[in-house]
Design a protein around this ligand. Sequence first.
Ligand SMILES: *[C@@H]1O[C@H](CO)[C@@H](O)[C@H](O)[C@H]1NC(C)=O
Ligand SMILES: *[C@@H]1O[C@H](CO)[C@@H](O)[C@H](O)[C@H]1NC(C)=O
Ligand SMILES: *[C@@H]1O[C@H](CO)[C@@H](O)[C@H](O)[C@H]1NC(C)=O
Ligand SMILES: *[C@@H]1O[C@H](CO)[C@@H](O)[C@H](O)[C@H]1NC(C)=O
Ligand SMILES: *[C@@H]1O[C@H](CO)[C@@H](O)[C@H](O)[C@H]1NC(C)=O
Length: 550
Amino acid sequence: MALSRRRSYSSSPAALVVAVLIVFLAAAAALVGADDPYRYFTWTVTYGPISPLGTTQQGILINGQFPGPRIDCVTNDNLIVNVINNLDEPFLITWNGIKQRKNSWQDGVAGTNCPIPPGGNYTYKFQSKDQIGTFTYFPSLAMHRAAGGFGAFNVYQRPAIPVPYPLPAGDFTLLVGDWYKAGHKQLRQTLDAGGALPLPDGLLINGMQSATFVGDLGKTYLFRVSNVGLKTSINVGIQNHTLKLAEVEGTHPVQNAYDALDVHAGQSVAFLVVLDQPPHDYAVVVSTRFSPAANLTTTATLHYTGATSRAPGPLPAGPPAGSDWSMNQARSFRWNLTASAARPNPQGSFHYGAINTSRTLVLASSSPVIAGRRRCAVNGVSFVTPDTPLKLADNFNIANVIAWDSVPVRPDGGGAARAGTPVVRLNLHEFVEIVFQNTENELQSWHLDGYDFWPVGYGNGQWTESQRQTYNLVDAQSRHTVQVYPNGWSAILVSLDNQGMWNLRSAIWDRQYLGQQLYLRVWTAQQSFSNEYSIPTNAILCGRAVGLPH
Ligand SMILES: *[C@@H]1O[C@H](CO)[C@@H](O)[C@H](O)[C@H]1NC(C)=O
Ligand SMILES: *[C@@H]1O[C@H](CO)[C@@H](O)[C@H](O)[C@H]1NC(C)=O
Ligand SMILES: *[C@@H]1O[C@H](CO)[C@@H](O)[C@H](O)[C@H]1NC(C)=O
Ligand SMILES: *[C@@H]1O[C@H](CO)[C@@H](O)[C@H](O)[C@H]1NC(C)=O
Ligand SMILES: *[C@@H]1O[C@H](CO)[C@@H](O)[C@H](O)[C@H]1NC(C)=O
């Protein structure tokens, strides 16, 4: 598929047409990854009764399941997912951490896709291109995620490309999250009225409070843990067992051993556990973190085959409260530079620390009152979803939807907060520093679609340029979602190699819903299918794009 882009600039018009056609066909072939296998899914989304905390409430089910079906696939598989929306509200699914290379058309957020109307359907078509690891999907609109509709998305390596650890005897997927007895409509009403989310009523593991994972003495298992909750950070540990970090959001870290790991909203980690203890049932302990008003714990069971009793002794005490322990752990996550990625090149072959940044965005989050209601904002601008998705407005040149570059790229420290629809314009192949400044006493979590990035620094207080001297410019652990400690900052470096319209958002879901998000348009004037695919023929058109030719 390595057609030279220059061919589309041949001088003769006939050659140009032929070349454009060839490039188009090549792009189409690339899109469906001719050599790579296909996996087809038909997902019907409905309401249905669930009782994760013992009382029945209305859940959002996919094919009758809560959580939704797990996707297990192999790097570069083509995924064709027909989502049929049988809810009474518009619906979209986003693929958390799946990079959608050249293809923000399939990202499934309000800025890229028209919602699937009640009774309608949309077929997502994308490739899990050059990624291996533990990901998730979830509904991106209208607080639906509070009712379910999320699931696990595991991408396995191709046989030809070894992972940097012996293959485990099995793997376990744990979707962990805070849970609320109130339904998504009720939570939405509370937020719309300017109120705050209530405290969570419980913590769930795979939609339950009683999951069991079974393994054999002496064998090693991979635990994949994702925080699919609305907002609460969690800590996970296993009684009398060591967790050896094996994968973080699609890249391989140095395999440090931990007693317990913090996982913040929207994040995933995978760790290896050797069943090297006397055969018993051991507690897998999950507890809330950074949630001073609600200290919840739930336990699952690691059952040794044949065991008949619980392990003696107390459950592990969680780590100390406050940021220090967690921040030190975050800094201890290191990229294994010699491990191979999804393609057979070392992860560290791209020396990110040696590249000059082209610009710096300093994004301060806040929760101002706008028009009498509490909202959340980035540098004073609270995102409001436009009637026409930004990606469509850009594609069709529809005026007055996008407010280009209308968010300050430094906190302006004063002006009244306002609502807006900002898109920051950036050039393809820029290398950018983004600093997330937390001005509140609540942990933040930030996610960027379309990318992973290097979190090079975490700190307390106000970020200043002198903090750059503390950055890890050698082996920061690449990931797609980064926490920002209360009244602290986190800095990331990101290589903008994926053209498209990408959501940069709070992974704390009430904050995202209330406007703590914006979009980055990564673009180049040289339009080419080798940089970005064109609008899918089945794209739903809504708002001011209704009736326009695809
Ligand atoms: C809806 O589903 C049908 C098959 O049931 C499919 O042919 C059609 O393309 C889907 N619509 C969209 C917009 O993907
Ligand atoms: C890093 O990856 C290499 C290559 O797969 C592996 O041999 C090594 O054990 C890993 N190092 C650490 C510290 O995890
Ligand atoms: C929860 O834990 C934190 C830190 O350990 C503590 O400060 C707080 O008082 C606890 N809250 C409740 C309601 O127990
Ligand atoms: C298991 O862990 C508990 C604390 O979590 C500890 O008290 C006990 O000594 C440990 N048992 C063994 C056999 O290591
Ligand atoms: C980075 O910037 C410095 C100073 O502006 C310059 O000397 C250096 O050549 C640049 N490095 C690269 C790789 O462009």
